[in-house]
Ligand binder design. Structure first.
Ligand code: ADP
Length: 500
């Protein structure tokens, strides 16, 4: 009987399920979008029941598309939007409120309070995170404070907390298992990534009872079995990782210094730093990486706020292109940007500049600058921002960069990949399977049930679709980077320009 691994890929806007075979090939896929709730400006919520029902329905759909049942499934791996927070009643299984999504800014005031209390350095040291409303801690505290009667129930041990992985495992096992993995725990802002345990002092600071919290386990082991009433037979649930860490694993970045970048709406750059947690002096996050060992490895993480979103902006607001893919033709239609730079700081600039008030600019316009130059400058801006992040990552980790593995929607752009290789001076590798997030979850789950034997077994599956070798002359590169630095400098000067 042919066997498959299931990856449940629970993302911010859609739930997906992919069935993989032993070669890492995609055999079936189903996807469903679900609702986003915006109760007030800056607030983002989701219905936890809809997260579950959409995820379960795509799982049955992907299985029935190729006519397989529970017996054909060797295991289930879960990867998920990180930090999104769900609290539910242990007895009834009912969520006590909507899920508060990672993007939700409702608790940003509390972050200011943390800084005023001088508690940010404690959080930074123990959790590896720069305190922010993204992470689960302040979201849990908000629900406990604002949903009537919940604190009392929580004190009585009747309430459970989970990130989306935890919620899905709990639902899949019919309410029997309450766990999370190291990678998801490391995004709650409650977990000591050095001692690998929930931090009692931080829990106390946020008034969060420890009874709410799931047990934290490695990313690759059998946590429990799916309930027979759902899947006919009990399928082992055998791997969990947050989306970016799953992608790092799916890209086979197993060794210290190996790095991947995902080019999506924003960019997520993760570097495996091995057994050593690296403290960043540039505001990068230290986080736990997914692995098969009992003790997890560490990773450094940095993000670019606006990457592919800059291309969407060219399409939707500026009307310069009809599709994102068309940007490639524009890039190729001109020899260079004619000195034009786009700095898409729509929501400020992140590492290494950290200026939340900076705003986007286009510089270097001359009479001859046209549509193609501006589009090309926006595409190049993705590569420049990733270049800046890579430099601080190299500096913080002291590790050399040998190559960059890429995935995500905008990695389809060959010009961008070549330009990235030129700037970094190392090869850029784009794999055949760019569904690396789901693949990573499948690998973690498959390794713990023997579907794959070891890391070498899966490394053999990783196949290169394209390798972009650096070709640019050093002199040109230095000039271009100098121009980018100047453009960023002008962009930083926009800070406060609009304030009155
Ligand atoms: P997300 O997972 O963040 O929704 P995806 O990985 O699906 O994003 O990537 C979509 C993003 O990539 C969009 O912002 C889009 O503008 C950009 N994009 C897609 N194709 C291209 C392309 N050929 N060139 C440049 N950008 C692209």
């Amino acid at each position: 009987m042919k066997q498959y691994m299931i990856a449940l890929d629970q993302g911010t806007t859609s739930s997906r399920c992919i069935l993989f075979d032993r070669s890492g090939g995609i055999c079936s896929m189903a996807q469903k979008e679900f609702g986003q709730i915006y109760p007030r400006p800056g607030w983002v919520e989701q219905d936890a029941m809809e997260i579950w029902s959409s995820q379960f329905s795509v799982m049955t759909e992907a299985m029935s598309k190729i006519g397989v049942s529970g017996e054909n499934i060797a295991g289930i791996g879960i990867t998920n939007q990180r930090e999104t927070t769900i609290l539910w009643n242990r007895i009834t299984g009912e969520p006590v409120s909507h899920a508060i999504v990672w993007q939700c800014r409702r608790t940003s005031g509390q972050i200011e309070q943390i800084k005023a209390d001088g508690f940010d350095s404690v959080i930074r040291k123990r959790t590896g995170l720069v305190p922010d409303a993204y992470f689960s801690a302040t979201k849990i505290a908000w629900i406990l404070e604002h949903v009537p009667g919940i604190r009392e129930q929580a004190e009585r041990g009747e309430i459970l907390f989970g990130t989306v992985d935890t919620w899905l495992v709990w639902k899949l096992t019919g309410g029997k298992v309450h766990v999370t993995d190291y990678t998801n725990a490391s995004r709650t802002m409650l977990f000591d990534i050095h001692k690998l345990e929930w931090d009692l002092e931080i829990l106390d600071y946020f008034h969060i009872p420890a009874s709410l919290l799931p047990e934290v386990r490695p990313s690759s082991e059998i946590y429990g079995y799916s309930d027979k009433s759902l899947t006919g037979t009990g399928i082992p649930i055998s791997g969990i990782a947050g989306d970016q860490q799953a992608a790092l694993f799916g890209q086979c970045c197993f060794k210290a210094g190996e790095m991947k970048n995902t080019y999506g709406t924003g960019c997520f750059l993760l570097m495996n730093t091995g057994d050593t947690p690296v403290n960043s002096s540039n505001g990068l996050l230290t986080t736990l990486a997914a692995g098969t060992e009992k003790r997890p490895q560490y990773a450094l993480e940095g993000s670019v706020f606006v990457a592919g979103a800059g291309i969407q902006w060219l399409r939707d607001e500026m009307g310069l292109i009809r599709t994102a893919a068309e940007s490639l033709e524009c890039c190729r239609a001109v020899r260079d940007t004619a000195g034009v730079y786009v700095v898409p700081a729509f929501t400020g600039l992140g590492a290494p500049y950290w200026d939340a008030e900076a705003r986007g600019i286009i510089t270097g316009l001359t009479r001859g600058a046209g549509r193609n130059h501006i589009v090309r400058a926006a595409v190049e801006a993705m590569a420049y921002q990733v270049y800046d992040l890579v430099q601080v990552m190299k500096q913080d980790s002291g590790l050399p960069l040998l190559a960059l593995k890429t995935d995500g929607g905008a990695s389809a752009n060959d010009f961008l990949m070549q330009f990235q290789a030129d700037l970094l001076g190392v090869p850029v590798h784009r794999p055949s399977c760019i569904e690396t997030t789901a693949l990573g979850a499948a690998y973690l789950a498959g390794l713990s049930v023997g579907f794959w034997q070891d890391r070498e077994d899966i490394r053999r599956n990783w196949s290169l679709e394209s390798c972009f070798e650096p070709m640019m002359e050093e002199k040109t590169k230095t000039e271009l980077l100098g121009g980018w630095k100047n453009a960023v400098k002008k962009c930083l000067e926009t800070d406060g320009v609009n304030a009155d």
